[in-house]
Design a protein around this ligand. Structure first.
Ligand code: MSP
Length: 507
């Protein structure tokens, strides 16, 4: 499995929209690593006029500017437990080499030509807009007036590959998910308006980019450069790595960049003689109030601020649980606090602490035999059999909110199990001690399975629960429930810790 994030532009700092994508890919990568060899790529998109303008504003050279901001991105992901295998920068010499090799090849094949072109251009999007796409002469994304630009440039014969790609997508509809975004791409491909793609910028206008290998007066259009990072990031680890993982590539991107990924990229791959990606997964937007959160609108949430206040695990949980993958979601601190208190502190946190407290109090931490299962035991076992079946399936579909919901349904059931079986009452009589030991053993199995299913979304919490249970986490995802086989009687669990402190809210 090969998983990629989009590469954020480094014209400003990371925000939660970027973090969301990282958390999604990280969760998937951690999940898939338990099943098969997996490679997770992220990095930064560093060329183009947006970057030049941001550097000029900061009063430093583009080179110094991208070095600084790329480091901020990388450091942020490192502190947020993002387990990428390679961090690609589009200014890496290896990346530049890969882009130039491909350009050379596509040019030699006759798929790049030189022509004069005039059109409406948005510097924010770094692309031309057709008259139909413009809204009252303005960019629909940035609401800024489009500029009429006329110049000679190199063009990629995208139209030549439009039909083959359309046919492929019709025959392999699952290549773009969710369906709504596939339909968006199909509609674009079924029009004649697409034409060819301008893939160069004259150096006289912009010199911060990958130089065209066949004309040193031009640099490459930023998308023709950046998309190939998905190839160069793997090749940086060796041809073998590329050959192993490329056939399994899954791109995760936000809905604003469906066109470059759904239209430009597959045609570029066809022209470069590379297989089309396995799947493109499109996610929605995090909003503040009604509006989109973005650097240009200045209403951004900084990941490290939220992490500082609530911890990265609580933040990860919120991002995955609150957004129905594919749709938009609204970020509010109130919703975050509610989730932390209800799901993490009360539900999961209490379960862990109650179980381990009783285990210490009644048995000095020593695990007792399971005994014959009762109807109550069967209910909790079947709740986790369901979770072990459903959570992985939902993860694979990127339905993270439903995967967590499915796990929490089982955790809820386990909390009810403690209330119904009442080990704290039974423990008052010595004769009931074996049953108390059996109930607690079941609850330890509950914790083991919860920790297992949290390995993707909440890796630190998972590690902490396994450490409290004093067992080594499995590195493979079991396909069958092996209830009762994870603790030898006599094994000693540790004293509880508070996993998620309750956040006090104002009355
Ligand atoms: N540089 C391009 C991607 C090149 S990929 C070869 C780019 N960069 S970006 O910084 O604008 O966005 C990076 C990713 O973050 C995109 O997938 C984008 O959709 C996502 N998000 C940016 N803002 C977002 C939200 N507010 N919410 C969710 N994701 C959003 O596009």
């Amino acid at each position: 499995m090969y998983i990629t994030t989009a590469l954020p532009y480094v014209n400003a700092e990371p925000h939660i929209g970027h973090l969301y994508e990282q958390v999604v890919c990280d969760t998937l990568a951690r999940y898939w690593r338990m099943r098969e060899p997996t490679f997770f790529l992220t990095g930064t998109d560093e060329h183009g006029d947006k970057i030049v303008r941001a550097a000029a504003k900061a009063g430093i050279t583009p080179r110094d500017f991208v070095d600084r901001v790329a480091k901020t991105f990388r450091d942020t992901w490192d502190t947020c437990e993002i387990s990428y295998d390679h961090f690609v920068r589009t200014t890496d010499p290896n990346h530049v080499r890969v882009v130039q090799d491909i350009l050379r090849r596509v040019h030699q094949n006759g798929d790049i030509y030189f022509a004069r072109y005039g059109g409406l251009y948005c510097t924010g999007c770094e692309r031309y807009y057709t008259d139909r796409e413009a809204v009252n002469g303005k960019c629909p994304e940035h609401q800024q007036p489009l500029e009429h630009i006329e110049e000679e440039n190199y063009f990629f014969k995208m139209s030549k590959y439009q039909e083959p790609w359309l046919r492929y997508l019709e025959q392999n509809p699952e290549t773009i998910v969710p369906e709504g975004y596939r339909n968006e791409v199909l509609a674009l491909l079924r029009t004649d308006a697409l034409g060819d793609l301008c893939i160069s910028r004259p150096k006289a206008r912009l010199d911060w980019g990958v130089e065209l290998p066949f004309d040193t007066n031009f640099v490459t259009y930023v998308w023709f450069d950046a998309l190939f990072s998905y190839v160069s990031g793997l090749k940086a680890e060796g041809e073998k790595v590329f050959e192993t993982y490329w056939p399994q590539v899954h791109h995760i991107v936000g809905k604003d960049i469906v066109k470059p990924h759904g239209v430009f990229w597959p045609t570029m791959l066809l022209a470069a003689g590379l297989p089309i990606y396995k799947q493109l997964h499109v996610h929605g937007y995090w909003l503040r109030g009604e509006s989109k959160m973005s650097k240009s609108l200045g209403n951004v949430i900084r990941p490290l601020d939220v992490r500082e206040r609530y911890g990265i695990e609580a933040f990860r949980y919120f991002l995955l649980r609150e957004m129905a993958y594919g749709q938009d979601a609204t970020f509010t601190e109130d919703a975050l606090v509610t989730r932390i208190n209800a799901d993490l502190a009360n539900n999961l946190g209490n379960l862990v602490s109650r179980a381990l407290t009783m285990q210490q109090k009644y048995f000095q931490g020593r695990v007792q035999p399971l005994g014959e299962p009762t109807a109550d035991d069967d209910d909790v076992i079947s709740a986790f059999a369901d979770a072990l079946r459903d959570v992985p399936q939902l993860m694979e579909k990127l339905a993270f909110h439903r995967a967590l919901e499915a796990l929490w349904k089982a955790i809820d059931q386990a909390n009810k199990y403690i209330v119904v079986t009442a080990p704290f009452t039974l423990a008052k009589e010595e004769a009931h001690k074996p049953r108390v030991g059996a109930i607690l053993h079941h609850v330890l199995e509950v914790l083991w399975h919860s920790a297992l299913l949290l390995r993707g979304p909440l890796p630190q919490t998972s590690d902490r629960i396994f450490a409290l249970l004093d067992v080594v986490p499995p590195d493979k995802l079991p396909t069958e429930l092996a209830w009762g086989r994870h603790f030898e009687p006599g094994h000693q669990t540790k004293a509880p810790e508070v996993l998620f402190p309750r956040i006090e809210t104002k009355p």
